[in-house]
Design a protein. Structure first.
Length: 119
């Protein structure tokens, strides 16, 4: 441990300076190909990238979207502290769940005389 003593203006006080531990950044890659279709990718990103920016700012991670041209897989690359990545993954899964829920909801306007036939 590299510690350094330095004297303050008061000769009776010495200050011990300890180096701060370095934050360890990790990279996690998540395949979301089966969770998000191409038409919903824009919803996931959000207007002007607002969803991505929100996740990055709230969880303090770097979030990148990667598409493999060969097999068409869609991956998210998260870089940051391990706990920050886990927090970002929770936000990502909540956003994906909301998109999936909305994509199964369709509104169809019918003339009133068709309602009985549909039901």
């Amino acid at each position: 441990m590299d510690a350094a003593f330095r004297s303050s203006k008061n000769k009776h006080v010495n200050i011990l300076e300890l180096p701060l531990p370095r934050k360890m950044a990790v990279v996690k890659v998540v395949d979301i190909t089966n969770l998000l279709c191409d038409k919903n990718l824009g919803i996931f990103i959000g207007r002007n990238g607002i969803n991505i920016k929100r996740i990055q700012s709230e969880s303090k991670v770097i979030l990148q979207i990667e598409r493999c041209e060969g097999d068409g897989t869609l991956r998210l690359r998260l870089t940051g502290a391990p706990m920050a990545i886990e927090a970002a993954l929770i936000e990502i899964h909540e956003l994906l769940l909301e998109i999936i829920r909305q994509s199964f909801c369709h509104v169809l306007l019918l003339p009133s005389h068709w309602v009985g036939h549909i039901i």
